[in-house]
Design a protein around this ligand. Structure first.
Ligand code: EPZ
Length: 422
């Protein structure tokens, strides 16, 4: 397995262009199945998760090319709606293929995606939503067989504003008969991007970004060309890395409105943030201040996907901060690794009590999930000495060549692939 080697202690500086959003591109690629023909999607990042999604679409019979950030996807030749278990297990978010496959083929067979390092990742809300639209769902072991001669609009209330469930229901409802309303819907920017994409294909969807989404089903959808929004989590990761290394970084191609909760927290920590259109400038010349209490919650509150990264900054802040994770029950695994680098963190249930220390020290650490891995890279950049981050395939799921991106900002970071012992 590849590893990253980082020589810490050097402030990041320079300018970086933010990649397209993984968590917008994935549902949009799945939604492309709703229209027969060739859809073109721009600003799609070159990531492991995108590769997995494209391989699943090819397995279903589509033709897919991903060149220079643009995906050209011909769904005309899609001939099956059964997603192989081996591919389902590679990426749990392939569960939101259910909606488009059910809407297009009238039936689909997928597999329980299973949990991951950050939590159980249940899919009950997805299944309840599809049943409300008229689907018959049978679970045989970990196989899920879903059938619907005709999907019909329904009033659906989500007991939790699940991002994936909101997306699955939107995609299935787009071709259902009649009106569907989704109340207590997720409000993330990626949901808004999916609505814009589906409407560009001829769907009639309103309300994404609020807690109530309305979908008026249409007979058919047509392929289109669409550009994906910038990745707010990658942008937020770079912003925290700039602050944690006491650097000065300019981010281009951002949507600052998608980052308002992080900007607010960083300013409370004493980080200088200047917003100018789609440009964000981040600077931190002095030791950051502790932030008394941050709680991760659904958008527009502080995102769970930036919790581990922010924690690194707080380990170096002046004072005690409290960071509470309420979305995923297993998303504090990076605490042990940060403690090995000299951080002073105590965990009680789902809250981390972080007492700032003067510095972190390089160590060999292991990425346990995508964002925890990114946090360990930030810690390595800020630490004194050398850090080796292992299991970095987790990081490659969401960050395009992270070592190249950070080297461009002056980081001393290299990727090492193991020499095959032939
Ligand atoms: C999406 O996951 C993102 N992934 C996650 O990003 C992100 O952390 C998460 O939303 C929350 O913002 C993609 O968009 C591909 P959820 P998703 O359904 O859709 C529970 C990253 O790092 N739940 O909002 O799986 C679930 O167990 C990834 O890029 C149910 O109980 O998130 C979890 O505790 C990680 N039943 C909570 O809701 C369900 O049917 C949030 O899940 C569905 C979810």
């Amino acid at each position: 397995m590849d590893k990253l080697v980082i020589e810490g202690g050097k402030p990041l500086s320079g300018t970086i262009v933010i990649q397209g959003a993984k968590n917008a591109a994935l549902p949009i690629l799945a939604a492309s199945l709703l229209a027969e023909g060739t859809t073109t999607i721009d600003h799609v990042p070159d990531l492991l998760d995108i590769d997995v999604m494209l391989n699943i679409l090819r397995e279903l019979g589509c033709r897919a090319e991903h060149v220079g950030g643009t995906v050209v996807l011909d769904t005309e030749t899609a001939h099956t709606s059964h997603v192989p278990e081996s591919l389902m297990r590679q990426m749990r978010s392939s569960i939101f293929l259910m909606g488009p496959l059910l809407a297009r083929f009238g039936e689909t067979q997928v597999y329980q995606p299973g949990g991951c390092a950050i939590g159980e990742r249940k899919i009950d809300l997805h299944l309840e939503g599809l049943k409300a639209l008229g689907a018959d769902i049978e679970e045989i072991g970990n196989r899920i067989i879903c059938r619907a001669d005709k999907l019909r609009g329904a009033d659906i209330h989500l007991s939790f504003p699940s991002v994936g469930a909101t997306e699955n229901i939107m995609m299935a409802a787009a071709l259902a008969e009649g009106r569907t309303t989704i109340s207590n819907a997720a409000r993330e920017p990626e949901i808004q991007d999916l609505q814009h994409f589906l409407n560009a294909m001829g769907a009639k969807i309103m309300g994404a970004g609020t807690d109530t989404i309305t979908v008026d089903g249409v007979q058919s959808l047509t392929p289109c060309r669409y550009k994906v929004i910038p990745d707010r989590i990658v942008a937020g990761t770079i912003m925290v890395a700039a602050a944690a290394t006491r650097g000065q970084v300019t981010l281009l191609n951002t949507q600052p409105a998608h980052l308002s909760s992080l900007i607010h927290v960083l300013r409370r920590a004493g980080v200088q943030i200047v917003v100018d259109g789609d440009i964000i400038k981040v600077g931190c010349a002095t030791r950051p201040k502790a932030v008394e209490r941050i709680v991760t919650s659904p958008y527009p509150a502080f995102p769970t996907d930036l919790q581990s990264q922010l924690m690194v900054l707080l380990t170096l802040a002046d004072g005690v901060s409290i960071l509470k994770e309420t979305i995923f029950e297993g998303r504090l695994k990076h605490v042990d690794e940060l403690s090995r680098m000299g951080a002073d963190i105590r965990v009680d249930m789902n809250a981390a009590f972080i007492r700032g220390v003067p510095r972190l020290y390089g160590a060999t650490v292991e990425a346990t999930d995508l964002r925890a891995g990114a946090a360990l890279v930030i810690a390595g950049l800020a630490a004194q000495g050398k850090t080796v981050v292992e299991q970095i395939h987790h990081i490659d799921r969401g960050y395009e060549k992270i070592e190249t991106m950070l080297s461009r900002l002056g980081a001393r970071i290299s990727r090492y692939a193991p020499v095959p012992n032939n």
